[in-house]
Design a protein around this ligand. Structure first.
Ligand code: UN1
Length: 516
Protein backbone atom coordinates (compact mmCIF):
# COMPACT_ATOMS: atom_id res chain seq x y z
CA UNK A 1 0.00 0.00 0.00
CA UNK A 2 2.90 2.33 0.71
CA UNK A 3 4.04 1.98 -2.93
CA UNK A 4 0.55 2.99 -4.09
CA UNK A 5 0.58 6.05 -1.84
CA UNK A 6 4.00 7.00 -3.20
CA UNK A 7 2.83 6.75 -6.81
CA UNK A 8 -0.48 8.54 -6.38
CA UNK A 9 0.72 11.28 -4.03
CA UNK A 10 3.96 11.95 -5.97
CA UNK A 11 5.74 15.02 -4.60
CA UNK A 12 3.21 15.28 -1.79
CA UNK A 13 4.15 11.83 -0.43
CA UNK A 14 5.65 12.17 3.07
CA UNK A 15 8.27 9.62 4.07
CA UNK A 16 7.72 10.44 7.76
CA UNK A 17 3.93 10.03 7.34
CA UNK A 18 3.29 13.62 8.37
CA UNK A 19 1.21 15.71 5.99
CA UNK A 20 0.71 19.48 5.79
CA UNK A 21 -2.04 21.81 6.93
CA UNK A 22 -2.99 23.22 3.53
CA UNK A 23 -2.19 22.64 -0.13
CA UNK A 24 -2.57 25.83 -2.16
CA UNK A 25 -2.28 24.54 -5.71
CA UNK A 26 1.06 22.74 -5.60
CA UNK A 27 2.45 24.55 -2.54
CA UNK A 28 2.30 22.73 0.78
CA UNK A 29 2.00 24.53 4.11
CA UNK A 30 2.54 23.10 7.57
CA UNK A 31 1.81 24.30 11.08
CA UNK A 32 2.78 23.49 14.66
CA UNK A 33 -0.28 21.33 15.25
CA UNK A 34 0.10 17.61 14.70
CA UNK A 35 -3.04 15.51 14.69
CA UNK A 36 -2.90 11.74 14.37
CA UNK A 37 -5.18 10.01 11.88
CA UNK A 38 -6.17 6.58 13.24
CA UNK A 39 -6.83 3.78 10.77
CA UNK A 40 -10.31 2.32 11.28
CA UNK A 41 -8.98 -1.00 9.96
CA UNK A 42 -6.32 -1.47 12.63
CA UNK A 43 -6.98 1.14 15.32
CA UNK A 44 -3.33 2.19 14.86
CA UNK A 45 -1.95 5.59 13.84
CA UNK A 46 -1.96 5.81 10.07
CA UNK A 47 -0.54 9.27 9.33
CA UNK A 48 -0.64 12.73 10.90
CA UNK A 49 -1.78 16.07 9.51
CA UNK A 50 -1.69 19.70 10.65
CA UNK A 51 -4.46 22.24 10.90
CA UNK A 52 -4.27 25.34 8.71
CA UNK A 53 -3.44 28.68 10.34
CA UNK A 54 -5.55 31.82 9.68
CA UNK A 55 -2.98 33.55 7.44
CA UNK A 56 -2.66 30.46 5.24
CA UNK A 57 -6.45 30.20 4.87
CA UNK A 58 -6.61 33.89 3.94
CA UNK A 59 -3.90 33.27 1.35
CA UNK A 60 -5.80 30.25 -0.05
CA UNK A 61 -9.00 32.29 -0.40
CA UNK A 62 -7.22 35.25 -2.04
CA UNK A 63 -5.52 32.96 -4.53
CA UNK A 64 -8.80 31.20 -5.30
CA UNK A 65 -10.38 34.58 -5.96
CA UNK A 66 -7.59 35.77 -8.24
CA UNK A 67 -7.69 32.51 -10.16
CA UNK A 68 -11.48 32.75 -10.43
CA UNK A 69 -11.11 36.04 -12.34
CA UNK A 70 -9.06 34.15 -14.90
CA UNK A 71 -10.99 30.84 -14.97
CA UNK A 72 -14.43 32.45 -15.44
CA UNK A 73 -13.34 33.75 -18.85
CA UNK A 74 -12.17 30.38 -20.16
CA UNK A 75 -15.01 29.08 -22.40
CA UNK A 76 -17.06 26.40 -20.64
CA UNK A 77 -16.33 23.60 -23.16
CA UNK A 78 -12.61 24.20 -22.54
CA UNK A 79 -13.25 24.02 -18.81
CA UNK A 80 -14.88 20.68 -19.60
CA UNK A 81 -11.66 19.59 -21.29
CA UNK A 82 -9.85 20.01 -17.97
CA UNK A 83 -12.40 17.73 -16.28
CA UNK A 84 -12.01 15.23 -19.12
CA UNK A 85 -8.23 15.16 -18.56
CA UNK A 86 -8.80 14.65 -14.85
CA UNK A 87 -11.21 11.75 -15.55
CA UNK A 88 -8.61 10.16 -17.81
CA UNK A 89 -6.14 10.18 -14.93
CA UNK A 90 -8.74 8.92 -12.46
CA UNK A 91 -9.61 6.02 -14.78
CA UNK A 92 -5.97 5.02 -15.02
CA UNK A 93 -5.58 5.23 -11.22
CA UNK A 94 -8.90 3.58 -10.33
CA UNK A 95 -7.43 0.74 -8.28
CA UNK A 96 -4.93 2.96 -6.50
CA UNK A 97 -7.58 5.50 -5.58
CA UNK A 98 -9.88 2.75 -4.29
CA UNK A 99 -7.02 1.39 -2.20
CA UNK A 100 -6.58 4.77 -0.54
CA UNK A 101 -10.32 4.98 0.20
CA UNK A 102 -10.30 1.53 1.84
CA UNK A 103 -7.15 2.33 3.81
CA UNK A 104 -8.57 5.51 5.27
CA UNK A 105 -12.31 4.97 5.52
CA UNK A 106 -12.41 1.19 6.05
CA UNK A 107 -14.80 0.79 3.13
CA UNK A 108 -14.72 -2.70 1.54
CA UNK A 109 -12.56 -2.58 -1.60
CA UNK A 110 -15.48 -3.45 -3.95
CA UNK A 111 -17.39 -0.44 -2.65
CA UNK A 112 -14.32 1.77 -2.90
CA UNK A 113 -14.01 0.81 -6.57
CA UNK A 114 -17.68 1.80 -6.88
CA UNK A 115 -16.94 5.15 -5.30
CA UNK A 116 -14.11 5.87 -7.75
CA UNK A 117 -16.46 4.84 -10.57
CA UNK A 118 -18.95 7.39 -9.22
CA UNK A 119 -16.22 10.04 -9.40
CA UNK A 120 -15.46 9.05 -13.00
CA UNK A 121 -19.17 9.03 -13.92
CA UNK A 122 -19.75 12.54 -12.62
CA UNK A 123 -16.69 13.75 -14.55
CA UNK A 124 -18.23 12.41 -17.77
CA UNK A 125 -21.52 14.05 -16.86
CA UNK A 126 -19.78 17.38 -16.21
CA UNK A 127 -17.86 17.21 -19.50
CA UNK A 128 -21.17 16.87 -21.38
CA UNK A 129 -22.72 19.67 -19.35
CA UNK A 130 -19.85 21.97 -20.21
CA UNK A 131 -21.34 22.25 -23.71
CA UNK A 132 -24.80 22.99 -22.32
CA UNK A 133 -25.33 25.26 -19.26
CA UNK A 134 -28.45 26.45 -21.06
CA UNK A 135 -30.33 29.63 -20.37
CA UNK A 136 -33.88 30.28 -21.63
CA UNK A 137 -35.21 32.82 -24.06
CA UNK A 138 -38.46 34.21 -22.68
CA UNK A 139 -41.32 35.86 -24.56
CA UNK A 140 -41.33 39.58 -23.83
CA UNK A 141 -44.36 41.86 -23.72
CA UNK A 142 -42.48 44.75 -25.33
CA UNK A 143 -42.12 45.15 -29.11
CA UNK A 144 -38.61 44.96 -30.58
CA UNK A 145 -37.17 43.49 -27.41
CA UNK A 146 -35.59 40.19 -26.56
CA UNK A 147 -35.50 38.72 -23.06
CA UNK A 148 -33.19 35.88 -22.14
CA UNK A 149 -31.24 34.44 -19.28
CA UNK A 150 -27.60 33.52 -18.99
CA UNK A 151 -25.75 31.52 -16.37
CA UNK A 152 -22.42 32.90 -15.21
CA UNK A 153 -19.72 31.64 -12.83
CA UNK A 154 -20.16 32.76 -9.20
CA UNK A 155 -16.75 32.64 -7.54
CA UNK A 156 -14.67 30.44 -5.23
CA UNK A 157 -16.58 27.44 -3.87
CA UNK A 158 -15.77 25.81 -0.53
CA UNK A 159 -16.47 22.08 -0.53
CA UNK A 160 -16.82 20.40 2.88
CA UNK A 161 -16.93 16.59 2.71
CA UNK A 162 -17.31 13.65 5.08
CA UNK A 163 -15.20 10.51 5.59
CA UNK A 164 -17.75 8.06 4.15
CA UNK A 165 -17.50 9.20 0.52
CA UNK A 166 -14.10 10.87 0.65
CA UNK A 167 -13.74 11.23 -3.13
CA UNK A 168 -17.13 10.96 -4.87
CA UNK A 169 -18.90 13.75 -2.99
CA UNK A 170 -15.98 16.10 -3.64
CA UNK A 171 -16.12 15.07 -7.30
CA UNK A 172 -19.84 15.93 -7.55
CA UNK A 173 -19.05 19.42 -6.34
CA UNK A 174 -15.60 19.93 -7.82
CA UNK A 175 -16.42 18.86 -11.38
CA UNK A 176 -19.58 20.97 -11.55
CA UNK A 177 -17.82 23.96 -9.94
CA UNK A 178 -14.98 23.71 -12.45
CA UNK A 179 -17.10 23.47 -15.59
CA UNK A 180 -19.27 26.29 -14.21
CA UNK A 181 -16.16 28.50 -14.06
CA UNK A 182 -15.44 28.53 -10.33
CA UNK A 183 -12.25 27.89 -8.37
CA UNK A 184 -12.45 25.35 -5.54
CA UNK A 185 -11.25 25.01 -1.94
CA UNK A 186 -11.73 21.61 -0.30
CA UNK A 187 -12.08 21.02 3.44
CA UNK A 188 -12.07 17.22 3.60
CA UNK A 189 -12.77 15.09 6.66
CA UNK A 190 -9.71 14.84 8.92
CA UNK A 191 -10.20 11.07 8.81
CA UNK A 192 -9.48 10.88 5.08
CA UNK A 193 -6.75 13.40 4.22
CA UNK A 194 -4.91 11.22 1.71
CA UNK A 195 -8.04 10.57 -0.35
CA UNK A 196 -8.27 14.35 -0.68
CA UNK A 197 -4.61 14.76 -1.45
CA UNK A 198 -4.72 12.02 -4.10
CA UNK A 199 -7.64 13.66 -5.92
CA UNK A 200 -6.08 17.11 -5.61
CA UNK A 201 -2.78 15.84 -7.01
CA UNK A 202 -4.50 14.16 -9.98
CA UNK A 203 -6.41 17.36 -10.64
CA UNK A 204 -3.17 19.38 -10.46
CA UNK A 205 -1.54 17.13 -13.04
CA UNK A 206 -4.61 17.53 -15.28
CA UNK A 207 -4.41 21.31 -14.79
CA UNK A 208 -0.74 21.21 -15.79
CA UNK A 209 -1.51 19.23 -18.95
CA UNK A 210 -4.35 21.61 -19.72
CA UNK A 211 -2.07 24.64 -19.25
CA UNK A 212 -4.07 26.13 -16.37
CA UNK A 213 -3.08 27.59 -13.01
CA UNK A 214 -2.57 25.38 -9.97
CA UNK A 215 -4.40 27.90 -7.72
CA UNK A 216 -7.67 26.66 -9.22
CA UNK A 217 -7.72 23.95 -6.54
CA UNK A 218 -6.69 24.03 -2.88
CA UNK A 219 -7.09 21.92 0.24
CA UNK A 220 -7.43 23.15 3.81
CA UNK A 221 -7.12 20.64 6.65
CA UNK A 222 -8.74 21.44 9.95
CA UNK A 223 -11.81 21.37 12.11
CA UNK A 224 -14.39 23.86 13.40
CA UNK A 225 -12.06 26.91 13.54
CA UNK A 226 -10.84 26.41 9.98
CA UNK A 227 -14.37 25.78 8.71
CA UNK A 228 -15.61 28.96 10.41
CA UNK A 229 -12.93 31.08 8.80
CA UNK A 230 -13.68 29.63 5.38
CA UNK A 231 -17.46 29.92 5.51
CA UNK A 232 -17.46 33.41 7.07
CA UNK A 233 -15.36 34.87 4.27
CA UNK A 234 -17.24 37.24 1.98
CA UNK A 235 -15.26 36.09 -1.07
CA UNK A 236 -16.58 32.56 -0.81
CA UNK A 237 -19.49 32.53 -3.24
CA UNK A 238 -20.86 29.13 -2.28
CA UNK A 239 -20.38 26.75 0.63
CA UNK A 240 -21.31 23.20 -0.29
CA UNK A 241 -21.39 21.08 2.86
CA UNK A 242 -21.99 17.37 3.34
CA UNK A 243 -22.20 15.93 6.84
CA UNK A 244 -24.35 15.90 9.96
CA UNK A 245 -27.45 18.05 10.45
CA UNK A 246 -25.71 19.77 13.38
CA UNK A 247 -22.72 20.74 11.23
CA UNK A 248 -25.00 21.91 8.40
CA UNK A 249 -27.13 23.99 10.73
CA UNK A 250 -24.05 25.72 12.18
CA UNK A 251 -22.58 26.39 8.72
CA UNK A 252 -25.90 27.59 7.34
CA UNK A 253 -26.43 30.11 10.18
CA UNK A 254 -22.98 31.61 9.66
CA UNK A 255 -23.32 31.85 5.88
CA UNK A 256 -26.85 33.24 6.19
CA UNK A 257 -25.53 35.99 8.49
CA UNK A 258 -23.52 37.35 5.54
CA UNK A 259 -26.34 36.50 3.09
CA UNK A 260 -24.10 33.98 1.35
CA UNK A 261 -25.13 30.83 -0.45
CA UNK A 262 -25.07 27.26 0.81
CA UNK A 263 -25.72 23.89 -0.73
CA UNK A 264 -26.44 21.37 2.02
CA UNK A 265 -26.53 17.59 1.91
CA UNK A 266 -27.02 16.55 5.52
CA UNK A 267 -28.28 13.61 7.54
CA UNK A 268 -30.68 10.98 6.32
CA UNK A 269 -32.97 8.79 8.40
CA UNK A 270 -34.07 6.68 5.51
CA UNK A 271 -36.95 4.22 5.56
CA UNK A 272 -38.29 1.38 3.45
CA UNK A 273 -41.89 0.19 3.44
CA UNK A 274 -42.38 -3.52 2.72
CA UNK A 275 -45.93 -4.18 1.51
CA UNK A 276 -47.85 -7.49 1.51
CA UNK A 277 -47.37 -7.93 -2.27
CA UNK A 278 -43.58 -7.34 -2.14
CA UNK A 279 -41.12 -9.73 -3.76
CA UNK A 280 -39.57 -10.69 -0.44
CA UNK A 281 -36.41 -12.16 -1.83
CA UNK A 282 -35.61 -8.94 -3.67
CA UNK A 283 -36.65 -6.87 -0.68
CA UNK A 284 -34.31 -8.77 1.65
CA UNK A 285 -31.40 -8.28 -0.76
CA UNK A 286 -32.17 -4.57 -1.04
CA UNK A 287 -32.44 -4.23 2.74
CA UNK A 288 -29.13 -6.01 3.22
CA UNK A 289 -27.19 -3.74 0.86
CA UNK A 290 -28.91 -0.56 2.03
CA UNK A 291 -28.51 -1.29 5.73
CA UNK A 292 -25.08 -2.95 5.79
CA UNK A 293 -23.25 -1.40 2.82
CA UNK A 294 -20.42 0.93 3.93
CA UNK A 295 -21.11 -0.50 7.42
CA UNK A 296 -24.26 1.61 7.67
CA UNK A 297 -22.27 4.80 7.15
CA UNK A 298 -23.88 6.21 4.01
CA UNK A 299 -26.15 9.20 4.25
CA UNK A 300 -28.56 7.02 2.25
CA UNK A 301 -28.24 3.99 4.58
CA UNK A 302 -31.50 2.26 5.43
CA UNK A 303 -32.21 3.05 9.09
CA UNK A 304 -35.92 2.28 9.45
CA UNK A 305 -37.81 -0.69 8.10
CA UNK A 306 -41.59 -0.38 8.04
CA UNK A 307 -42.99 -3.86 7.43
CA UNK A 308 -46.60 -4.89 6.99
CA UNK A 309 -47.58 -6.67 10.22
CA UNK A 310 -48.45 -9.87 8.33
CA UNK A 311 -44.81 -10.14 7.17
CA UNK A 312 -42.94 -8.91 10.18
CA UNK A 313 -42.04 -12.26 11.68
CA UNK A 314 -40.92 -13.68 8.34
CA UNK A 315 -38.81 -10.63 7.44
CA UNK A 316 -37.19 -10.41 10.87
CA UNK A 317 -36.29 -14.11 10.84
CA UNK A 318 -34.64 -13.83 7.43
CA UNK A 319 -32.77 -10.66 8.36
CA UNK A 320 -31.59 -12.04 11.67
CA UNK A 321 -30.03 -15.01 9.88
CA UNK A 322 -28.19 -12.70 7.48
CA UNK A 323 -27.07 -10.31 10.22
CA UNK A 324 -25.69 -13.22 12.24
CA UNK A 325 -23.59 -14.57 9.40
CA UNK A 326 -22.48 -11.48 7.47
CA UNK A 327 -18.69 -11.48 7.10
CA UNK A 328 -17.03 -8.55 8.86
CA UNK A 329 -13.37 -7.65 8.74
CA UNK A 330 -10.44 -6.42 6.67
CA UNK A 331 -11.89 -4.29 3.85
CA UNK A 332 -9.23 -5.62 1.48
CA UNK A 333 -10.48 -9.18 1.90
CA UNK A 334 -13.05 -9.63 -0.86
CA UNK A 335 -15.08 -12.03 1.27
CA UNK A 336 -15.99 -9.33 3.78
CA UNK A 337 -19.16 -7.40 3.11
CA UNK A 338 -18.58 -5.11 6.07
CA UNK A 339 -15.45 -3.28 7.19
CA UNK A 340 -15.04 -1.33 10.42
CA UNK A 341 -16.82 1.79 11.61
CA UNK A 342 -14.75 4.93 11.22
CA UNK A 343 -13.60 5.37 14.84
CA UNK A 344 -14.16 4.55 18.51
CA UNK A 345 -16.68 7.37 18.81
CA UNK A 346 -18.83 5.72 16.13
CA UNK A 347 -18.75 2.43 18.06
CA UNK A 348 -19.67 4.25 21.27
CA UNK A 349 -22.54 6.15 19.72
CA UNK A 350 -23.96 2.96 18.18
CA UNK A 351 -23.90 1.32 21.61
CA UNK A 352 -25.49 4.35 23.26
CA UNK A 353 -28.28 4.35 20.66
CA UNK A 354 -28.96 0.64 21.17
CA UNK A 355 -29.16 1.11 24.95
CA UNK A 356 -31.35 4.18 24.58
CA UNK A 357 -33.64 2.27 22.21
CA UNK A 358 -33.95 -0.57 24.72
CA UNK A 359 -34.70 1.91 27.51
CA UNK A 360 -37.44 3.38 25.28
CA UNK A 361 -39.12 -0.01 24.89
CA UNK A 362 -37.16 -1.46 21.96
CA UNK A 363 -36.13 -5.09 21.72
CA UNK A 364 -32.63 -5.87 20.50
CA UNK A 365 -33.00 -8.69 17.97
CA UNK A 366 -29.30 -9.08 17.20
CA UNK A 367 -25.95 -7.27 16.97
CA UNK A 368 -24.00 -4.47 18.59
CA UNK A 369 -21.04 -6.60 19.63
CA UNK A 370 -17.44 -5.63 19.13
CA UNK A 371 -15.55 -7.94 16.76
CA UNK A 372 -11.81 -8.42 16.97
CA UNK A 373 -9.94 -8.74 13.74
CA UNK A 374 -7.06 -10.95 12.81
CA UNK A 375 -4.70 -9.23 10.39
CA UNK A 376 -3.19 -11.28 7.60
CA UNK A 377 -0.03 -11.59 9.67
CA UNK A 378 -2.07 -13.49 12.23
CA UNK A 379 -1.74 -10.61 14.67
CA UNK A 380 -4.87 -9.40 16.40
CA UNK A 381 -5.69 -5.84 15.44
CA UNK A 382 -8.06 -3.48 17.13
CA UNK A 383 -9.94 -1.92 14.29
CA UNK A 384 -13.43 -0.59 14.95
CA UNK A 385 -15.44 -3.66 13.93
CA UNK A 386 -18.92 -4.28 15.30
CA UNK A 387 -21.78 -6.63 14.41
CA UNK A 388 -24.75 -4.93 12.73
CA UNK A 389 -27.83 -4.55 14.90
CA UNK A 390 -31.59 -4.77 14.52
CA UNK A 391 -33.94 -3.26 17.08
CA UNK A 392 -37.69 -3.86 17.02
CA UNK A 393 -39.17 -0.61 18.30
CA UNK A 394 -42.26 1.60 18.26
CA UNK A 395 -41.89 4.33 15.60
CA UNK A 396 -42.94 6.90 18.22
CA UNK A 397 -39.82 6.28 20.33
CA UNK A 398 -37.61 9.40 20.52
CA UNK A 399 -34.44 7.58 19.46
CA UNK A 400 -35.95 6.84 16.04
CA UNK A 401 -35.78 10.56 15.24
CA UNK A 402 -32.02 10.46 15.42
CA UNK A 403 -29.60 9.36 12.70
CA UNK A 404 -26.99 7.07 14.26
CA UNK A 405 -24.20 6.77 11.69
CA UNK A 406 -23.75 3.01 12.13
CA UNK A 407 -25.33 -0.31 11.03
CA UNK A 408 -28.33 -0.02 13.32
CA UNK A 409 -31.72 -0.83 11.80
CA UNK A 410 -35.02 -0.03 13.53
CA UNK A 411 -37.96 -2.22 12.58
CA UNK A 412 -41.59 -1.12 12.86
CA UNK A 413 -44.82 -2.71 11.66
CA UNK A 414 -47.87 -1.17 10.01
CA UNK A 415 -51.40 -2.12 8.95
CA UNK A 416 -52.47 0.48 6.34
CA UNK A 417 -50.43 2.25 3.67
CA UNK A 418 -51.49 5.66 5.02
CA UNK A 419 -50.07 4.67 8.38
CA UNK A 420 -46.83 3.43 6.79
CA UNK A 421 -46.38 6.68 4.86
CA UNK A 422 -47.10 8.70 8.01
CA UNK A 423 -44.37 6.75 9.85
CA UNK A 424 -41.97 7.19 6.91
CA UNK A 425 -42.56 10.97 6.95
CA UNK A 426 -42.54 11.37 10.74
CA UNK A 427 -38.81 12.05 11.16
CA UNK A 428 -37.09 15.42 10.72
CA UNK A 429 -34.76 14.27 7.95
CA UNK A 430 -35.90 13.72 4.34
CA UNK A 431 -33.17 12.22 2.17
CA UNK A 432 -34.03 8.77 0.80
CA UNK A 433 -36.96 6.36 0.96
CA UNK A 434 -38.21 3.19 -0.70
CA UNK A 435 -41.25 0.98 -1.06
CA UNK A 436 -41.42 -2.70 -2.04
CA UNK A 437 -44.74 -3.53 -3.63
CA UNK A 438 -46.20 -5.13 -6.75
CA UNK A 439 -49.36 -3.08 -6.33
CA UNK A 440 -49.14 -0.26 -8.86
CA UNK A 441 -51.47 2.01 -6.93
CA UNK A 442 -49.36 1.68 -3.78
CA UNK A 443 -46.18 2.47 -5.73
CA UNK A 444 -47.79 5.49 -7.40
CA UNK A 445 -49.20 6.83 -4.12
CA UNK A 446 -45.73 6.57 -2.55
CA UNK A 447 -44.14 8.70 -5.29
CA UNK A 448 -47.08 11.14 -5.45
CA UNK A 449 -47.43 14.47 -3.64
CA UNK A 450 -49.13 12.73 -0.71
CA UNK A 451 -46.48 10.01 -0.53
CA UNK A 452 -42.87 10.14 0.64
CA UNK A 453 -41.57 13.60 1.58
CA UNK A 454 -37.95 12.74 0.65
CA UNK A 455 -35.67 13.92 -2.16
CA UNK A 456 -34.98 10.34 -3.31
CA UNK A 457 -37.98 8.02 -3.58
CA UNK A 458 -37.47 4.50 -4.93
CA UNK A 459 -39.76 1.63 -5.86
CA UNK A 460 -38.66 -2.03 -5.56
CA UNK A 461 -35.07 -1.10 -4.74
CA UNK A 462 -33.14 0.05 -1.70
CA UNK A 463 -32.56 3.54 -0.30
CA UNK A 464 -28.85 3.75 -1.06
CA UNK A 465 -26.65 3.58 -4.13
CA UNK A 466 -28.08 6.40 -6.23
CA UNK A 467 -26.53 6.97 -9.65
CA UNK A 468 -25.07 10.36 -10.55
CA UNK A 469 -27.52 11.38 -13.30
CA UNK A 470 -30.31 12.30 -10.89
CA UNK A 471 -30.33 15.28 -8.57
CA UNK A 472 -29.07 14.04 -5.20
CA UNK A 473 -30.28 15.54 -1.92
CA UNK A 474 -33.20 15.80 0.43
CA UNK A 475 -35.77 17.89 2.23
CA UNK A 476 -36.33 19.14 5.79
CA UNK A 477 -33.26 18.73 8.03
CA UNK A 478 -31.37 17.11 5.16
CA UNK A 479 -30.87 20.69 4.01
CA UNK A 480 -32.73 21.02 0.71
CA UNK A 481 -29.67 21.03 -1.57
CA UNK A 482 -29.37 19.07 -4.80
CA UNK A 483 -26.00 17.92 -6.04
CA UNK A 484 -24.62 15.79 -8.85
CA UNK A 485 -27.01 15.23 -11.79
CA UNK A 486 -30.07 16.83 -13.42
CA UNK A 487 -29.86 20.64 -13.15
CA UNK A 488 -27.83 20.70 -9.91
CA UNK A 489 -25.22 22.73 -11.84
CA UNK A 490 -27.45 25.80 -11.45
CA UNK A 491 -26.44 26.04 -7.79
CA UNK A 492 -22.88 26.74 -8.88
CA UNK A 493 -23.75 29.68 -11.14
CA UNK A 494 -25.50 33.01 -11.00
CA UNK A 495 -28.50 33.60 -13.22
CA UNK A 496 -28.60 36.81 -15.22
CA UNK A 497 -31.76 38.04 -16.91
CA UNK A 498 -31.04 40.21 -19.96
CA UNK A 499 -33.57 42.37 -21.74
CA UNK A 500 -32.36 43.88 -25.00
CA UNK A 501 -34.11 46.66 -26.90
CA UNK A 502 -33.35 46.60 -30.62
CA UNK A 503 -36.01 49.16 -31.56
CA UNK A 504 -36.14 52.97 -31.61
CA UNK A 505 -38.84 53.38 -28.95
CA UNK A 506 -38.75 52.87 -25.21
CA UNK A 507 -41.91 50.95 -24.32
CA UNK A 508 -42.28 50.40 -20.58
CA UNK A 509 -43.37 47.10 -19.06
CA UNK A 510 -46.82 46.84 -17.44
CA UNK A 511 -48.01 49.50 -19.96
CA UNK A 512 -46.80 52.40 -17.82
CA UNK A 513 -46.95 55.80 -19.50
CA UNK A 514 -44.10 58.09 -18.45
CA UNK A 515 -43.98 60.57 -21.31
CA UNK A 516 -42.20 63.82 -20.59
C1 UN1 B 1 -23.23 9.94 0.97
O1 UN1 B 1 -23.38 8.99 1.73
O2 UN1 B 1 -22.93 11.08 1.40
O3 UN1 B 1 -26.49 7.06 -3.06
C2 UN1 B 1 -23.35 9.83 -0.51
C3 UN1 B 1 -25.48 6.62 -2.50
C4 UN1 B 1 -24.14 7.07 -3.01
C5 UN1 B 1 -23.78 8.41 -2.46
C6 UN1 B 1 -23.85 8.51 -0.97
N1 UN1 B 1 -24.19 7.14 -4.44
O4 UN1 B 1 -25.54 5.83 -1.56
Amino acid sequence: HEAILKTVLGDFYAQDKHYGSAYLGDQCFDSETKVDVISPNTGQKFVSISHAQPDVIENVINSAKTEFYHWRSVPAPQRGELVRLFAEKARAAKHQLATIISLESGKPFQESLGEVQELIDVCDFAVGLSRQLYGLTIATERPNHRMMEQWHPIGPVVIITAFNFPMAVWAWNATLSLICGNSIIWKPSSQTPLSALACHRLLLSAIKKFGGNAELSSIVFGEKTQVEQLVDHKDIALVSATGSCAMGRAVNCRVAARLGRTLLELGGNNAMIVCPSADLELAIRAITFSALGTSGQRCTTLRRLIVHSSLKYQVLTKLEAIYNTVSIGDPFDGLNLMGPLINQQAIDSMKVSINTAISQGGKLITGGERVSNLSNKGKEEHGFYITPAIVDIDPQADIVQQETFAPLLYVHSYDSLDQAIAIQNSVCQGLSSAIFTKDMAEAEIFVSAKGSDCGLVNVNMGTSGAEIGGAFGGEKDTGGGRESGSDAWKSYMRRMTNTINYGSELPLAQGINFDM
